[in-house]
Design a protein around this ligand. Structure first.
Ligand SMILES: [Fe+2]
Ligand SMILES: [Fe+2]
Length: 134
């Protein structure tokens, strides 16, 4: 199983923000570990995906509130990217419900690059503009 690893370039330099991003990665890795288990780990994966969705949605909502209230110039672009990830995550959850196959590789393949890109580019820019919203 391919896990998402924290890399120094993900860091925004704001401890609270980086802490929360690391936590999101840990939750995703927990789901990936459950996907890789033999036996019936389906219910665990379902639960973890639900937890990840809730955490990510809350994290994004907070960032969006901060961006909106400070008239952040790339608010629309950043929000679109958040919506894209939530859509992808919902697709993955639907696939997991609909099929009996393992979704681990797909989860890792779809979330790893997206997360690295979003953290490294849009989140870093947003947080370096002095806006925390961790
Ligand atoms: Fe973020
Ligand atoms: Fe973001």
């Amino acid at each position: 199983m391919t896990y998402i690893e924290w890399r120094p370039e993900f860091a925004t330099g704001i401890p609270d923000v980086d802490h929360e991003h690391r936590e999101l990665i840990e939750w995703i890795n927990r789901a990936l570990a459950a996907c890789g288990q033999t036996g019936d780990a389906r219910a665990t994966v379902t639960e973890l995906l639900g937890e990840i969705y809730a955490r990510i949605a809350a994290h994004f909502a907070l960032e969006e509130r901060v961006m909106k209230s400070s008239n952040y110039d790339q608010f629309a672009l950043h929000k679109r990217d958040h919506e894209r990830l939530l859509d992808e995550l919902r697709d993955i959850m639907d696939d997991h419900e609909a099929s009996s196959g393992a979704i681990g590789e797909r989860l890792a393949a779809r979330l790893t690059p997206w997360f690295s890109d979003h953290f490294r580019t849009q989140d870093a820019r947003f947080h370096r503009a002095g806006l925390t919203g961790a």
